[in-house]
Design a protein around this ligand. Structure first.
Ligand code: HEM
Length: 496
């Protein structure tokens, strides 16, 4: 008898549980939005980080539903997530109705992992106030002031490529590009000489790489943290590894103390952060707030630019006529500026910009832009209301590969960014830096360092693919930043 009671109770609880999950997973159906059938536990993200890069994973559904609905319904575990497909809806979410979508909806834990409470993750008023304080560091004038420091690093990068020519003429694309951007961002953000071009065993390079290539959690677990943020905070989950937290806390503490004790002022982001830290007014930052921002500028600054340079050099090696054209263009502009690379000369290199924009189109470092509805939002011309708290994804990768906006999207074609082509496309069809008030705060810095990398790399050298590089290039599925699955090796020869 007792056994029967226990059995019936267990079965009843199990049934209630199953019905509850079914109810949760009926959300999109009840709203009349086309949806992708979810897995019982994972929702639609069971295959994430398994077979395909996340941008390509969402692209499958984007292609299937485009023209049939402005959005698709999916689930991260039990939580509904909307994928915006219609380009007008994308514009509304990112720009016109930004007030309803100002948050990324990502996890942070200020108390146990101060690095995570950074500008990218912070929501609402916290984000707004911080963005306002930090934006003065990223004006054109401030970015221009970093020009000389960046070019000094770029010249060291050029000599490293020269060394590769002398020692066999082959190099590991990812390592070399990352050593360059780690050093640039080290100098311009943290105000330290990371020196990884000279020594790849140094902490900045090793710890920096480990954040992306040996993260504390896999992507599916990060989705789980994003969905159950309050519980995760109570359980004191951190985003970053302890050694990463310790490394950045130590470096930033030492830099701040040294500069304050020796009254040192420099033209870098750290200076602005120190100014806010020592201010008395309402702009004041605590040490942990300063630390989190120095950290996010550093990691957001070097990895995105490094992947952009990696794919750019890869495409130039695959497309020798484009490589020659951009090299000749750089030389021509330099000649017009008396052989000197100045900020103005850099701005005049329009075709170089087209090449980098095309790289960012084909390989956007962040293929999915996250947003969260901060209030109920009725989708124009439909009956569908996105309830407060629902996550929304803008599928940048899929949009960048949509033939409606880019004919023959898998071809590397910098003419996609001629003035004429840009004019004939909706502006939100190009989203490598996001868009609207939450657009990447460091976009100008990113463009400047990648341009310098290409100039330093191309002036004196020619590139071809090494036979060691596997073709066609597949994208790595494990991480949300875009990487090639296999190592890319390039051959380089001197041409001056
Ligand atoms: C090629 C280089 C870069 C690319 C492709 C890139 C891309 C992005 C993207 C897609 C976002 C999200 C935007 C959105 O949600 O709409 C973002 C945000 C951000 N990026 Fe970048 N980024 C680059 C370079 C940099 C650099 C150099 C820095 C700092 C020095 C930086 C700092 C940040 C920060 C702090 C945010 C969060 C902004 C906020 O939420 O208000 N990025 N970036």
């Amino acid at each position: 008898m007792d056994f029967l009671v226990v059995l019936v109770s267990i079965l009843t609880v199990a049934l209630v549980f199953v019905l509850w999950i079914r109810k949760k997973h009926a959300f999109w159906k009840e709203l009349g939005v086309p949806y992708v059938e979810p897995h019982f536990f994972y929702g639609n993200f069971k295959d994430v980080d398994q077979y395909q890069h996340d941008g390509q994973f969402i692209q499958r559904f984007y292609r299937k539903y485009k023209g049939r609905s402005p959005l698709i319904g999916m689930y991260t575990f039990l939580k509904p997530v909307a994928i915006a497909i219609d380009i007008e809806l994308v514009k509304n979410i990112l720009i016109k109705n930004f007030n309803s979508f100002h948050d990324h909806g990502t996890y942070y834990n200020e108390k146990d992992d101060p690095l995570s409470a950074n500008l990218f993750n912070l929501p609402g008023t916290k984000w707004r106030q911080l963005r306002h304080k930090l934006k003065t560091a990223f004006t054109t004038g401030k970015v221009e002031m970093m020009f000389t420091t960046m070019w000094e690093v770029a010249k060291k990068f050029e000599s490293k490529i020269g060394e590769a020519c002398e020692t066999g003429g082959e190099f590991h694309n990812r390592k070399l590009m990352t050593r360059f951007t780690v050093d640039v961002i080290g100098s311009c953000v943290l105000g330290v000489e990371a020196n990884s071009l000279e020594d790849e065993n140094n902490g900045f390079f090793q710890v920096g790489m480990s954040i992306f290539h040996n993260p504390r959690h896999g992507m599916r677990f990060i989705f789980l943290l994003n969905v159950f943020r309050d519980y995760a905070r109570k359980l004191r989950f951190k985003l970053f590894r302890d050694e990463v937290i310790e490394f950045y806390t130590r470096i930033v503490r030492e830099t701040v103390d040294y500069r304050l004790a020796n009254h040192i002022e420099r033209n870098d982001f750290m200076q602005l952060l120190i100014k806010l830290y020592t201010s008395k007014g309402e702009d004041k930052l605590s040490f942990n707030e300063l630390l989190a921002q120095a950290f996010v500028f550093h990691i957001a600054g070097f990895e995105t630019s490094s992947t952009t340079l990696q794919f750019c050099f890869y495409e130039l090696a695959c497309n020798p006529e484009i490589q020659d054209r951009v090299r000749n263009h750089i030389k021509e502009v330099l000649e017009n500026h008396n052989g000197q690379l100045t900020y103005e000369a850099l701005m005049d290199m329009k075709y170089l910009e087209q090449v980098l924009h095309e790289t960012l189109r084909k390989y956007p470092p962040i293929g999915l832009l996250p947003r969260e509805a901060s209030q109920d939002y009725k989708i124009p011309n439909t009956k569908c209301v996105l309830k407060k708290g629902i996550n929304v994804i803008v599928p940048a990768y899929a949009i960048h590969h949509d033939p409606e906006f880019y004919p023959n999207p898998s071809r590397f074609n910098p003419d996609n960014f001629s003035e004429e082509a840009v004019k004939n496309r909706p502006s939100v069809a190009f989203l490598p830096f996001g868009e609207g008030p939450r657009i990447c705060i460091g976009a100008r810095v990113g463009m400047m360092q990648t341009k310098m990398g290409v100039i330093a790399g191309l002036r004196k050298f020619r590139y071809t693919l090494s036979p060691r590089t596997k073709q066609p290039l597949k994208l790595l599925s494990k991480f949300n930043v875009i990487y090639p699955e296999e190592d890319v090796w390039l051959n380089v020869e001197r041409i001056d």
